[in-house]
Design a protein around this ligand. Sequence first.
Ligand SMILES: [Zn+2]
Length: 116
Amino acid sequence: MPVCPNCGYEYVEGITMCPDCNTQLVEFEDLPKFEELSEKDWVLVYTSGNEFEVEMLKDVLESAGLEASVLSQKDHNFPAPGDLSVVKLMVRKRDVEAALNYIQEAKQNQDDTSDE
Ligand SMILES: [Zn+2]
């Protein structure tokens, strides 16, 4: 049975492209970890030492209708010193391209205002 690796819908035999997102369908058998994949398909799109900056970008993405998630090592109370203050911005795999555009736009706006 063909399955869309992007949105996870199953289709009847004979269909090769997902009508929703124009993604090439794959055989379900070829995708043994599909369920696992669909739950873990978060992609890192941005890192910063500045948590406020990342939260701001998350707001930008969410107001654009994208799912976004902030991962901060500060949540974990690691006792080790070093590079643990890095904050990560994650989005859904299917949203990566759009997210990168929004982030770039937001960063440009930010740079414009800080010039004043
Ligand atoms: Zn699809």
